[in-house]
Ligand binder design. Structure first.
Ligand code: 2P0
Length: 349
């Protein structure tokens, strides 16, 4: 029995309703490859976003067997309902009373669909926060720090990257010798004041749904010929990224951001079933960013999620010049531009 769930094993379920909103996050050092059950093959660190988030209202009521209904933006969504149902079934060994719940979820994203922002991190962490709120209602033991740790632990089981969305600012997940972190849940990382309002302008090169899921991508790391080198590189980048975040060294941070983005996609290109998520306009934008940096010496860097869209990372003090470059020179390469920045984390509504 996991000690984070032990206080709830013998809980007696009652009816309850909870609403939370939770943000997306962008990984600076990427989680790509798993070990065991939803444990990361290497540590990762991310920045929590401010504007890109999911709001979720969950109604828990009593039933003879577990049922889940889910509406996304007012429309019934069977696929997501099934995903949450399987997730809750997975928790039943530790929390057997889950089999007596009827769960009704209403959820909505602030960012438009198909914009390539990872909605599993915001969506699943928002649902899990409503569930952990329910646990707290059943047994109000523990303080807020424990509430968040429990939420991060349970979010990881739903989707790895979701465990980092539980905290604002910069967040690490995965065992490492350098900072106090765990494979089981994420923890916030203190950073230099210069990075406290880092910008993320998302260049939506293509909003089309990708045809290879991240879950499948993680699976392909199992027999990947470069897996061990990749995990060693990620460990080294994690350690350097934490140092750069703490010292406020944007140049060192930028180098890691771009290396990590390209390494992630190199893993996809060289897996046993190769696939390519980058688009011609992704590469054209990368070229333009490198030219801009060479010419202006301004600290504009890119990173990528598991998709073709670029996250453009830069300090707020250079926003006016950099945002002008993005809107003038890069908007022709993109379907949409989303202006975001570091955020403060989830919020109960
Ligand atoms: C990350 N990504 O660190 C990496 C970088 C995408 C690229 O974690 O199978 O949706 O649900 O644990 O978290 C996307 O994978 O995978 C991801 P599951 P998840 O953000």
């Amino acid at each position: 029995m996991n000690s984070l769930l032990a206080p709830y094993r013998a809980a007696v379920p009652v009816a309850f309703e909870s609403s939370w909103e939770s943000p997306a996050n962008i990984a600076f050092v990427k989680y790509w490859g798993k070990k065991g059950h939803q444990l990361p093959a290497n540590p990762s660190v991310s920045m929590t976003l401010k504007e890109c988030k999911t709001s979720t209202k969950t109604k828990f009521s009593l039933s003879n067997n577990l049922t889940v209904e889910l509406k996304l933006d007012g429309q019934k969504n069977e696929r997501f309902a099934q995903k949450i149902k399987s997730y809750l079934e997975g928790l039943q060994t530790e929390l057997p009373w889950i089999s007596n719940l009827s769960v009704e979820i209403e959820t909505a994203n602030t960012f438009p669909h198909g914009t390539g922002i990872a909605s599993s991190a915001s969506g699943l962490s928002a649902f899990v926060l409503t569930f952990v709120d329910y646990l707290k209602h059943l047994n109000p033991e523990g303080d807020h720090a424990l509430f968040l740790k429990r939420a991060s632990y349970l979010s990881r089981l739903a989707s790895g990257s979701a465990c980092r969305s539980i905290y604002g600012g910069f967040v690490a997940w995965g065992d490492s010798a350098q900072v106090e972190t765990s494979d089981l849940y994420a923890s916030p990382v203190d950073v230099h004041a210069d990075l406290a309002s880092l910008q993320d302008t998302v260049l939506v090169v293509s909003g089309k749904e990708k045809n290879v899921s991240s879950r499948a991508g993680h699976g392909l790391m199992g027999d990947h010929p470069f897996a061990l080198s990749r995990f060693a590189q990620a460990n080294a980048n994690f350690s350097q990224c934490i140092s750069a975040l703490k010292s406020g060294d944007i140049e060192a941070l930028g180098k890691i951001l771009e290396t990590e983005a390209l390494s992630l996609h190199a893993m996809m290109l060289t897996s046993s079933t190769p696939y390519i998520l980058l688009k011609p306009n992704t590469l054209a934008a990368i070229d333009a960013i490198w030219d801009f940096r060479r010419e202006t010496k301004l600290p504009l860097y890119f990173t990528l999620d598991a998709g073709p869209n670029l996250h453009l990372i830069y300090p707020e003090e250079f926003k006016s010049k950099i945002f002008t470059f993005i809107t003038h020179e890069l908007s022709a390469l993109s379907e949409q531009i989303i202006d975001d920045k570091v955020g403060t984390g989830p919020r109960k509504c």
